[in-house]
Each structure stands twice: as C-alpha cells, then as structure tokens.
Design a protein around this ligand. Structure first.
Ligand code: F6R
Length: 612
C-alpha cells in the first residue's frame, strides 16, 4: 500500500523518481506526488495515477538532485490533491512521504492543534511532519534527531522519507512494519518500497529493519541507527533482480506476461528441490526444521486472499501425503481471535509480497505463543521472510500485476514439495507412488505450456460471457480451492460478481441463483469424485444454467453436458490445481480486457496490503 521512492546524488532526481513511481504504482494508484529540492522545496501532486502527475508537472520547475515521490492507496482521507503526498510541515521547511498508518494520529493531531499547528489534509501522515517540525523548533536538534524523537511517540506502521530545506545534502528515511530498501550507488543513494526502482542503477542494497533510521548524506557513507539511538552497521546485499524481469516484455499487461511465465516460474520453484532420478525431494530452507514438522501435532497455515487459496490446496496435500492435520486460517481472523496454539504447532505463513500486515501480525502472535513459524514467500528479504524462523522461497520472480497468478501456482508447487518431503521423511507413501508423483510434478511446466496454447479458445468463451453480471465457480476436492481462486480472479479484475463454492454445497443455497442467465464454471477434471461432479453439472443444466467446464482432455461425458469446455492435460488429482487454475486466470484476463478494465491495477486494490 503506497509506494515511496527517493533519490540523492549528482543526477537530476525527477526522471529517476517518476520512473520509480511507475514501477511502484502496483502498490497504490489513487494519487501521486513528487517533491524536489533546488532553491526551495517544490511539491507537485494530484489525484489519479502517475501518468496524471506527469501531465500535471509539465512546465513546472523540476530541477533538483534531491527528491522523493509517492503513489498513494488511501487509508485516512479520500484520494484527492490535498491528501496526496508529499506533505509539508507548517513552515514548509520539511516535507514527508509515508507508507503505513499512524494509529495514534488523532491524539497527536489534537496536541499539535492545541500548540497552534494548522492541518491542510485529513491524513495521519501530516501529523508526523508537524511533530518533527515542532521538535526541531522546541528542542533545537538536527532533523535526524527530531525524526528519532518523533518516531518514539508514534504507534503504528511507517516507511517514511523526510527532506529538509535547510539540509540540502541529506535525506532521512525510517521504517517500522512497512518495507524500505536503500540502493547504494557510486556517490548516490536511492530509497524505495521495493527494489524495482533501484535495480537499473545499482544492485547493492540495504534492507532497513524495523525501527531503524537511515541518515543518507551526499558524498558520505550511509549511517543507520535505531529509534533508541543505537548505531547499526549497514549490511549491504547484492540484488538478484534484472530489469527485464520487471518489464512487460512485449505483453499488453503484466498479468498476461505473468500468466505466460508460469511454466518457468513453476519450474524455478521446483528446480534443485525435486530430484526425479534419485526419487527424492529436498528443501534446504527448512532442513533444520524437518523433524519439528514431522513431530508437529498439527500445521496451521495462515495467509490472505490468493495465498489463502494456495493454503487450502496445501491442507489437502499435506493431509493426503503426510497424514499431519492441517488447519487453514485467514491471517486477519487468526490474529484477533485468541487461537489455541501450542509450542509443538508449526505455523506456515504464505505470502507473495512478504509484506501483508495481517500475515505479519499472525506470525508475531504465533511466535509469541512459542510455535515454530515457517514462511513461503516470493519476495526475497521481505518482512515475512525475515520474521519467520525459516522458510522456502517460491522462485516466481517479481509479480507486478495486482491480481496474483504465477505466485499462486508457485506457492502450490512449493506446498506440494513440502507435502512430498514430509511423506518421504515419515514414510507415509509407498515408494512407487512417491516416484510417480515426482514424475508427474516434473511434467507440470510442459503441461501448463500446452494450456497456454488454448488462448484463442478461451478468448472466444470470454467474448460470450463478458457482459454477465454474476457467475458461479464450482469444484470439489482439490478443485474447490481452484473454484475459489477462479472466482476471485474474475471479480477483482472485471468487477463481475463471482462466487466460488464446493460443488455439492450448491444445493444448500446457491442453486437458487441459477437460471438461464447464470454462467457456472465447473472444474470437472476426471479424477477424485468426478462422478459426483457430473451429478452437480446435471443439476445446473436442469435449471438452465450455462455451463463452462474445465475438463480432462478427451472427456466426452462432460463435453456432452457443457455449453463450453476447456480441455486440460491429465495429471494426478493432487496436481490438478497447478493446471486447472491457468485457464481460469486466462478467462478472467480476457473478460476484463473486453470490459475495458485496468487489469494490472484494478480499482480500490493494491498489490501488497501493508495495512490491516
Ligand atoms: C488476489 C491477490 C490478493 C493477495 C493477498 C495476499 O489476486 O493478489 O488476494 O493474494 O493480498 O497477498 P500476499 O500473498 O502478498 O500476502
């Protein structure tokens, strides 16, 4: 939520900031702004997207080689010019950008109002910049010390950058609970919410830790201290990210590019971990915790949204393969509902971004109760990757489209490996079955490749249904989470109401919705309780619902029943989610494009939900 970028060095700051904002726009896109320091602090901001800001600044003074910029996802205060960042302090000598939420802003705001401060916006952020100004003038301290004192009074989450007119060779950055990475170049520094704005300039980065303040001075080394005033040695890491990974590469949208990347991202998530010839699975990241998981009375999977759907597949997989009880919890519920947790519980947190606030809070809760917490994250060095005891990365590569696609299949691939690893260690599967599963898993990327060739057929189906108002997605067993994920993809990018349901639950309520206008997407592959799904299809057909079926190649029975069908290659039942999800992503994508929706940046959404 919200993207921040800042620069100090010898170059013109504006082009660096604006291209950085474009890369960060997935994090929020309701308003944008930039601050440049030349003679004075110049702030330009507007409602809308980064492209609106670019139009707005035409003809303005964009000089300065110190600056910062922000793309917003509103929390406090509606998205408009006034609430857009950066915000000035009262005397206009300081400017701030902020990602996060200051929870005690109301108290701080009324104290500052009593001391004569006037607020221009409704944001929680403005409180912070006035507070820093107040401390500088009352306590006569340097800006970094004022920031430190102010942050000790703040409750909440923040990643902030401050620029002070009186200190043109310095920017101050700090974080708690919201991500921040500092790029260290030759005589120049970059600050951003993630590494994407930085990668084209340097691959030396420092990930700021919670409650750390960075004092970044032109022609000086980077200094870091905590809000308790302890100096820290900056730990410079090498970025493993290339520019081509974060560009569209000829596709119309990031979402489409990411759908097409799945053969590679699934393969990369398994590479070096699945050894088909030897018949073994190894996961270095959790090696030291294998025994702990095997001995666990239960595994609790916690996640949000699409990652939660992957977690549901994980529940089926781990219980099937390793016979360890698994519960799947929405992080947002888990963190607040006083769950029973034991020291021999293993909690598995799943997150693409590694920054989701609710999942982070769920991890903190689990750790405070003594549970072992492992992570499945996509973003290397992210907060969740660092907050967990150990974990396994999905190697899906950067996911920029707001709707998650390749991260989901990579998560399911990793969960499959975890299930297989536990089965191997516990001996819960006959060797022949185990090896067969490895062979089938190894074949998945090529099968996804074949599904991608169905694009034209899927597009034709999308054309028929692009104007519907509602839709139902039904599946059973492993295909139930696939139904949930298919429905989420459609609703979030096309704004068509879509419900995912276990197919047999339909008759307990949703069947009342079915008439000749209702498309029902069945994930009806020929494995598991296939016959029962056929019965459910018949029930919909009898009520004149329109049936779109995802079927196993060559399945004539469902072909006869369905209005439209998409044939996918066969596999083991537990591997079908890795295949069946792909045509549903493509269907949603095409429908959204045909409805002129902004697929990469759906309304009201943001890629990483760093607020609760
Ligand atoms: C949907 C989607 C979201 C995320 C959710 C969790 O397409 O992307 O539902 O899955 O916000 O995000 P992460 O996985 O980053 O924790």
């Amino acid at each position: 939520m919200c993207g921040i970028v800042a620069y100090i060095g010898p170059r013109d700051a504006y082009p660096i900031l604006i291209s950085g904002l474009r890369r960060l726009e997935y994090r929020g896109y309701d308003s944008a702004g930039v601050c440049l320091l030349s003679e004075d602090l110049n702030i330009y901001k507007c409602k809308g997207k980064v492209s609106d800001l670019e139009e707005y600044v035409v003809g303005k003074n964009l000089s300065g080689n110190v600056g910062m910029a922000h793309t917003r996802w509103a929390t406090h205060g509606e998205p408009n010019y006034i609430n857009a960042h950066p915000h000035f302090s009262q005397n206009k000598t300081l400017a701030i950008i902020h990602n996060g939420i200051i929870e005690n802003y109301a108290v701080l705001r009324s104290e500052l109002i009593n001391r004569g401060y006037k607020f221009a916006s409704e944001t929680d952020t403005e409180v912070l910049v006035h507070l820093i100004e107040d401390i500088i003038s009352n306590e006569n301290v340097a800006v970094e010390e004022a920031v430190r004192i102010a942050l000790n009074q703040v409750i909440g989450a923040y990643a902030i950058v401050i620029i002070a007119r009186e200190f043109p060779d310095k920017i101050i950055a700090a974080r708690k609970g919201s991500p921040m990475v500092i790029g260290v170049g030759e005589g120049e520094f970059f600050v951003a919410s993630d590494a994407t704005p930085i990668v084209e300039y340097t691959n030396n980065v420092v990930y700021l830790n919670d409650e750390e303040i960075a004092i970044i001075e032109r022609d000086h080394d980077l200094r870091i201290k905590t809000i308790r005033n302890q100096s820290q040695t900056p730990y410079i890491q090498k970025l493993e990210l290339s520019l081509s990974e974060i560009e569209k590469g000829g596709f119309d949208h990031f979402m489409l590019k990411e759908i097409y990347e799945q053969p590679r991202s699934i393969y990369d998530s398994m590479r070096g971990r699945i050894h088909v010839a030897e018949g073994i699975v190894s996961l270095g990241g959790i090696k030291d915790y294998e025994q702990k998981i095997i001995n666990a009375k239960r595994i609790i999977i916690t996640a949000c949204g699409t990652s939660w759907h992957a977690g549901l597949v994980g529940e089926y997989l781990i219980e099937d393969l390793a016979r360890i009880p698994v519960e799947v919890e929405y992080s947002s519920e888990f963190r607040y509902r006083n769950p029973v947790l034991y020291e021999d519980d293993v909690v598995l947190a799943i997150s693409q971004s590694g920054e989701t606030a609710d999942t982070l809070a769920a991890i903190d809760l689990a750790k405070s109760k003594g549970a072992t917490v492992l992570g499945i994250c996509n973003v290397v060095g992210s907060s969740i990757a660092r907050a967990t005891h150990a974990g396994v990365y999905t190697h899906a590569g950067p996911e920029i489209g707001v709707a998650s696609t390749k991260a989901f299949t990579a998560q399911v691939a990793v969960l499959t490996l975890i299930g297989l690893l536990l089965a191997q260690k516990k001996g819960t599967l006959p060797k022949s079955e185990f090896v067969k599963l490895l062979f089938e898993l190894d074949a998945i990327p090529a099968k996804v490749e074949r599904i991608l060739k169905l694009n034209d057929k899927i597009k034709a189906i999308a054309h028929i249904y692009k104007d519907v108002k509602n839709s139902l997605y039904l599946g059973r067993g492993y295909n139930f989470p696939v139904a949930l994920e298919g429905a989420l993809k459609l609703k979030e990018i096309s704004y068509i109401h879509a419900e995912g349901y276990p197919a047999a639950e339909m008759k307990h309520g949703p069947i009342a919705l079915i008439d000749e206008l209702m498309p029902v997407v069945f994930i009806a592959t020929r494995r598991g309780i296939y016959d029962k799904v056929i019965t459910n299809i018949e029930e919909v057909k009898a009520r004149k619902g329109k049936i779109i079926a995802i079927i196993t190649e060559g399945d004539e029975s469902v072909k006869r029943l369905a209005d439209h069908y998409i044939e996918i290659p066969d596999s083991e039942e537990m591997l079908i989610p890795l295949l069946a999800t792909v045509p549903l992503q493509m269907l949603s994508y095409h429908i959204a494009v045909m409805r002129n929706c902004n697929v990469d940046q759906p309304r009201n959404l943001a890629k990483s939900v760093t607020v609760e």
